[in-house]
Design a protein around this ligand. Structure first.
Ligand code: ADP
Length: 292
């Protein structure tokens, strides 16, 4: 693995309001590889948003360190403005923050604040809108409010992409979208992944949805990291996932039930294709032994 872009060591976060305190993160340790896609999974209140807000300095550690691209985000004197350009964050329901008259102006807002030249801003806006499937020549002059919910969310994504972040964090990016809107959003996110080489961090309570995209999963429960690894390895832990209020995707769940019922399905059988191949071979063996 190349030098990780994010390294978190013994991170604790406690929210304090008056005399009440809440330990939202307890001794979190993790690494994220540059250019990878990571999903942070857990039920509501498990600490997902708290964790990712440390990656661009929106929150400071109560204890522990967070290094992003070699910079200690919690250190005094860190340039948080620069940090937030490098680590772009798409919050939940980001379309609620669109406010300009045209889509072009909305996407240009971030780069303009970076005080880039007019040509550079224009080039970035055009590229970002192209990436999210809303080409500027067709959509740039229209109002964001003429678009569907899914399209508006893609405009918001373009606004973050136009700042050319090194790390892109998406907090529950498809919540509230219908099935088509969700599928569409992930299609464009895949494009971002392929085209820009950016490190993507997805926050979700739905692991089935993000599994196809993620190289690694972090599972949080009550502020602790309870599982981390590839989707393939984590989906075999269906009992542990259930204890955290999560369910593996249906195929993973089915394979897991069959395994606990005594079928010797190898642990590396994971996708539908692999399951079919295994089943075909298993049935062949059965067929032959019956003939004998
Ligand atoms: P998730 O993103 O997984 O839903 P959060 O990180 O939002 O979880 O919250 C983790 C815990 O911290 C929850 O118990 C939540 O109620 C608490 N929490 C979150 N934000 C605050 C806050 N600003 N003040 C006090 N407690 C908070």
């Amino acid at each position: 693995m190349s030098e990780p872009i994010i390294i978190v060591q013994h991170l604790f976060h406690t929210y304090q309001s008056g005399t009440i305190s809440k330990d939202a993160l307890i001794d979190i340790n993790l690494e994220i590889a540059r250019g990878s896609c990571t999903a942070v999974i857990g039920v509501t209140g498990s600490g997902k948003s708290t964790l990712v807000q440390h990656f661009n300095g929106l929150l400071r550690p109560t204890k522990g360190t967070v290094l992003v691209d070699g910079i200690d985000v919690g250190a005094k004197g860190v340039d948080l403005r620069m940090m937030r350009q490098r680590v772009g964050m798409l919050f939940q329901f980001p379309e609620g923050q669109l406010f300009e008259r045209t889509i072009f102006a909305d996407v240009a807002f971030g780069p303009q604040r970076m005080k880039l030249g007019r040509h550079e801003v224009r080039a970035r806006v055009m590229a970002a809108l192209e990436t999210v499937g809303l080409p500027a020549h067709e959509y740039g002059g229209r109002s964001p409010f003429d678009l569907s919910g899914g399209q508006r969310r893609r405009v918001a994504l373009a606004g973050v992409l136009a700042m050319l972040p090194t790390v892109l964090i998406l907090d529950e990016p498809t919540v509230g979208l219908d099935a088509d809107g969700r599928a569409e959003f992930y299609t464009y996110l895949r494009r971002v992944q392929d085209m820009q080489g950016v490190t993507i961090i997805l926050v979700s309570h739905d692991m089935a949805e993000v599994a196809a995209l993620a190289d690694q999963l972090f599972v949080l429960h009550d502020g602790r990291m309870v599982l981390q690894g590839t989707p393939r390895s984590i989906f075999t832990e269906s009992e542990r996932l259930r204890q955290c209020g999560l369910v593996a995707p249906p195929l993973g769940e089915l394979l897991s039930v069959l395994r606990t019922r005594g079928l010797a399905i190898p642990p590396d059988v994971f996708t539908l294709d692999e399951a079919f191949l295994w089943l075909r071979d298993a049935l062949n063996v059965l067929h032959i032994s019956k003939k004998e």
